[in-house]
Design a protein around this ligand. Structure first.
Ligand SMILES: NC(=O)C1=CN([C@@H]2O[C@H](COP(=O)(O)OP(=O)(O)OC[C@H]3O[C@@H](n4cnc5c(N)ncnc54)[C@H](OP(=O)(O)O)[C@@H]3O)[C@@H](O)[C@H]2O)C=CC1
Ligand SMILES: O=C([O-])CC(=O)C(=O)O
Length: 442
C-alpha cells in the first residue's frame, strides 16, 4: 500500500511518498526541538482501495512550500489533509507519546459512528496520546466509510494523526495494537441461529487469520459483533500466534445495564453499584450476578430485600434489555454499546479500583470457577492497567447462581459444537437450545 507520510527535519517538515511502510514508532517527536509541520493526506490506491492519512518522522530536510504545491496537484489528495500546517508545538511535542494503532471493523456501522469520535477525542487513552484509526469496511460500505473519514476530518481532533480505510483486513490490521471487531451480519427474518453462527463465524475466522498474520503480536481484541462470545472463540482459534488471553467478547454493556437497574431499584446513583459480574453468554441466558454485586459497599441482597425481584424481574430485564430497546428505537443499542466499548478498553489500561472488578467475555482455560474449558465466557476480571487482566478469586456461589451459570455454559458449549468446522475441531453438529437468543432477538 502506498503511504503518504509527513516528515520533520531540523529545518522543516515536508511531504514525501514511499512505497515501503513506516512503523508508527517513527513518531518520536520528543527528540526534536523544532517546530513541526503536518500534512495529512488521503491517497486512495485504486488497486487495494486502501488509503491513509499519516504523519511520521524522519530526518530528511526539504523545502516545505514546493512540496505543498506538488502535493496539491495530486488528484487523490483529499480536502484538509492536503494542507500543510505549521503547529509550532515545541513544548507539546516533547510529551507526545508513540501512536496507538486502533483497528475497527464494521467502521461504517452505527456503533462505530459513535465509537470512532470517542476514540479520536482522547476519551480512552487520554489527552496526550495520539492515535491512528484503521477502519475496515466492505465494497458495499466503502463510500459510507469515506463519509466517516470526512466527518473525522471535520472534527479537527488534535490527537487523530492517521486515518486509513480499506476493505482488506490483511492491510487494515497491519500493526494494530487494538482490534475492535464490530462488523457482523445481523440476523435477518427467518434466519436460523445456526445460520447466523455459520455466516458470522466465517467472518470472524477470517478476521482471526488476518490479525494473526499482520497485527501486533500483543494486539488486544474486543469482539462486539454477535454472537460475540462464539465469534471471539472462532477468532482466537484462527489466531494461534496471539495469546488467547488477549481476546474479549463485549459484555460490558450488560454490566452497565445491570448496574443501572440495581441503582434504580435501590434509589441510589449508579456509581454506588460495584462488583457487578455478568456470567456467560451475551444472550438471553446471561447471568447478572446480584449475589456478589454491591451497593454502597454492601451486598445487594442486604440493600434490596425483594429477592424475588432480583431473581426474576431484574435478571430478565438485563437479559432482554437489548430487545426492548430495539422495540422502542427500531434499531439496536449503538451509543450505549460504544460507551461500553470505551469502558471495556479503559478497564484494561487503568488499574481496577481496589476491591472492585469488571466483566468481560474471556477464554475459560484455567478459570477458578469450574466453568468448562475452551469457551469464551463472561467472568469477573481485574487489571493492573497494563492491558492484561486476572480473574477474581473470591467469588461466592449459591444454588441459584450455579444453576443459571450451568444454563449459559451449556448454551455456549452448544454454540461451540455448531462452529467446530471454523475452530479446527472437525465436523459441526448444531443442536442449540430453542430459547437461545441474542439480547436483541426477544
Ligand atoms: N456485544 C454487544 O454488547 C453488542 C453487540 N452488538 C452487535 O454489534 C454488531 C454491529 O452492530 P451495529 O453497528 O449496530 O450494526 P450496523 O448494521 O450498523 O453495522 C454493522 C456493520 O457490519 C458489517 N456487516 C454487515 N453484514 C456483514 C457481512 N455479511 N460481512 C461482514 N460485515 C458485515 C457492515 O459493514 P460493511 O458493509 O462495511 O461490511 C455494517 O456496517 C452487530 O452484530 C450487533 O448485533 C450490538 C449491540 C451490543
Ligand atoms: O442483539 C443485538 O444485536 C443487540 C445486542 O446485542 C444488545 O443490545 O445487547
Amino acid at each position: 500500500m502506498a503511504v503518504a507520510e509527513l516528515t520533520t527535519s531540523p529545518a522543516a517538515a515536508t511531504y514525501t511518498k514511499t512505497s515501503s511502510r513506516l512503523h508508527s514508532s517513527q513518531l518520536s517527536l520528543s527528540s526534536t526541538r523544532l517546530s513541526v509541520h503536518f500534512r495529512r493526506s488521503f491517497r486512495p490506491t485504486p488497486r487495494s482501495q486502501n488509503f491513509k492519512i499519516t504523519c511520521s518522522v524522519n530526518q530528511v530536510p526539504a523545502p516545505v512550500a514546493a512540496q505543498t504545491e506538488e502535493a496539491k496537484k495530486k488528484p487523490e489528495c483529499y480536502g484538509v489533509f492536503c494542507q500543510t500546517y505549521d503547529l509550532k508545538a515545541e513544548e507539546e511535542t516533547k510529551t507526545w507519546k508513540k501512536l496507538v494503532n486502533i483497528a475497527v471493523s464494521g467502521a461504517a456501522g452505527m456503533i462505530s459512528n459513535h465509537l470512532l469520535f470517542k476514540l479520536a477525542s482522547g476519551e480512552v487513552f487520554g489527552p496526550d496520546q495520539p492515535i491512528a484509526l484503521k477502519l475496515l469496511g466492505s465494497e458495499r460500505s466503502f463510500q459510507a466509510l469515506e463519509g466517516v473519514a470526512m466527518e473525522l476530518e471535520d472534527s479537527l481532533y488534535p490527537l487523530l494523526r492517521e486515518v486509513s480505510i480499506g476493505i482488506d483486513p490483511y492491510e487494515v490490521y497491519e500493526d494494530a495494537e487494538w482490534a475492535l471487531l464490530i462488523g457482523a451480519k445481523p440476523r435477518g427474518p427467518g434466519m436460523e441461529r445456526a445460520g447466523l453462527l455459520d455466516i458470522n463465524g466465517q467472518i470472524f475466522a477470517e478476521q482471526g487469520k488476518a490479525l494473526n498474520a499482520v497485527a501486533s503480536r500483543n494486539v488486544k481484541v474486543i469482539v462486539v459483533g454477535n454472537p460475540c462470545n462464539t465469534n471471539a472463540l472462532i477468532c482466537l482459534k484462527n489466531a494461534p500466534n496471539i495469546p488467547t488471553k488477549n481476546f474479549h467478547a463485549l459484555t460490558r454493556l450488560d454490566e452497565n445495564r445491570a448496574k443501572c437497574q440495581l441503582a434504580l431499584k435501590a434509589g441510589v446513583f449508579y456509581d454506588k453499584v460495584s462488583n457487578m459480574t455478568i456470567w456467560g453468554n451475551h444472550s438471553t441466558t446471561q447471568v447478572p450476578d446480584f449475589l456478589n454485586a454491591r451497593i454502597n459497599g454492601l451486598p445487594v441482597k442486604e440493600v434490596i430485600k425483594d429477592h424475588k425481584w432480583l431473581e426474576e424481574e431484574f435478571t430478565e430485564k438485563i437479559q432482554k434489555r437489548g430487545g426492548v430497546l430495539i422495540q422502542k428505537w427500531g434499531r439496536s443499542s449503538a451509543a450505549s454499546t460504544a460507551v461500553s466499548i470505551v469502558d471495556a478498553m479503559k478497564s484494561l489500561i487503568t488499574p481496577t479500583p481496589e476491591g472492585d472488578w469488571f466483566s468481560s467475555g474471556v477464554y475459560t482455560n484455567g478459570n477458578p470457577y469450574g466453568i468448562a474449558q475452551d469457551i469464551v465466557f463472561s467472568m469477573p476480571c481485574r487489571s493492573k492497567g497494563d492491558g492484561d487482566y486476572e480473574l477474581v478469586k473470591d467469588i461466592k456461589f449459591d444454588d441459584y447462581l450455579r444453576k443459571r451459570i450451568a444454563k449459559t455454559e451449556a448454551e455456549l458449549l452448544a454454540e461451540k459444537r455448531c462452529v467446530a468446522h471454523l475452530t479446527g475441531e472437525g465436523v459441526a453438529f448444531c443442536d442449540l437450545p430453542e430459547d437461545t437468543m441474542l439480547p436483541g432477538e426477544m
